[in-house]
Write a protein that binds this ligand. Structure first.
Ligand code: UP5
Ligand code: MG
Length: 196
């Protein structure tokens, strides 16, 4: 029935772990809509007349986490305007402020299914992001200086959120270090096992 709440899977993992790559594969195989919080912030940064453009750029370049009011509104608007009912929310929530804000704003409006966690060694993450930067990603944070800050933020602020979900039994951990096809085999198994 159409009155059902939208289903949400949070997709988390370090910078360059492969969240975006795997989400694209999930969308091909299962009926999900991919919403990357980072992509939505980058779009908002580029939107003419946005009051948040400069703020978003400062946060992203410094690997800091944008206040949840901005991110969560972008996510909720994207969910509503898609008209869809199953979402991969990629790169969010990444700190306590994000999680509290989501719980406040989305209370009763969405059913979180599980957290898909891409577990990836730091040196592999760095190599992937720098590689992407060198092949012209155009991302202002794919450089060593920003990357150090992104990793620090991930270790200090995002890992505790993943631990919190883990303690609640809600995390599906995937080894993200093999090639993308191999990683997806494990991802596929998780979705099938959860009835998708
Ligand atoms: N690649 C992917 N998988 C591979 C594999 N298995 N083997 C070999 N190579 C692989 O992949 C990264 C690169 O690695 C690509 O070149 C890919 O081909 C290759 P990708 O799939 O893009 O990884 P992903 O995990 O999506 O990396 P991303 O850089 O997007 O992760 P971040 O979490 O750092 O970036 P995000 O866009 O989510 O956030 C950017 C910034 O926005 C944050 O630092 C923060 O400042 C801000 N932000 C917020 O403030 N709040 C939010 O809620 C979200 C973001
Ligand atoms: Mg990404």
């Amino acid at each position: 029935m159409s009155s059902e709440k939208p289903k949400v899977v949070f997709v988390l993992g370090g910078p360059g772990a492969g969240k975006g790559t795997q989400c694209a594969k999930i969308v091909e195989r299962f009926q999900f809509t991919h919403l990357s919080a980072g992509d939505l912030l980058r779009e908002e940064r580029a939107r003419e007349g946005s009051q948040f453009g400069q703020l978003i750029e400062d946060y992203i370049r410094n690997g800091r986490i944008v206040p949840v009011e901005v991110t969560c509104s972008l996510l909720e608007n994207a969910m509503k305007s898609s008209g869809q009912s199953r979402f991969l929310i990629d790169g969010f929530p990444r700190n306590q402020n994000n999680l509290d804000g989501w719980n406040r704003q989305m209370d009763g409006k969405a059913d979180m299914q599980f957290v898909l966690f891409f577990d990836c060694a730091e040196d592999v993450c760095v190599e992937r992001c720098l590689g992407r930067g060198q092949s012209g990603s155009g991302r202002s944070d794919d450089n060593m200086e920003s990357l150090k800050k992104r990793i620090q933020t991930y270790n200090n602020d995002s890992l505790p959120i993943i631990k919190y979900f883990e303690q609640a039994g809600q995390v599906k951990t995937i080894d993200a270090s093999p090639d993308a096809e191999k990683v997806f085999k494990d991802v596929e198994r998780v979705f099938v096992a959860n009835g998708f």
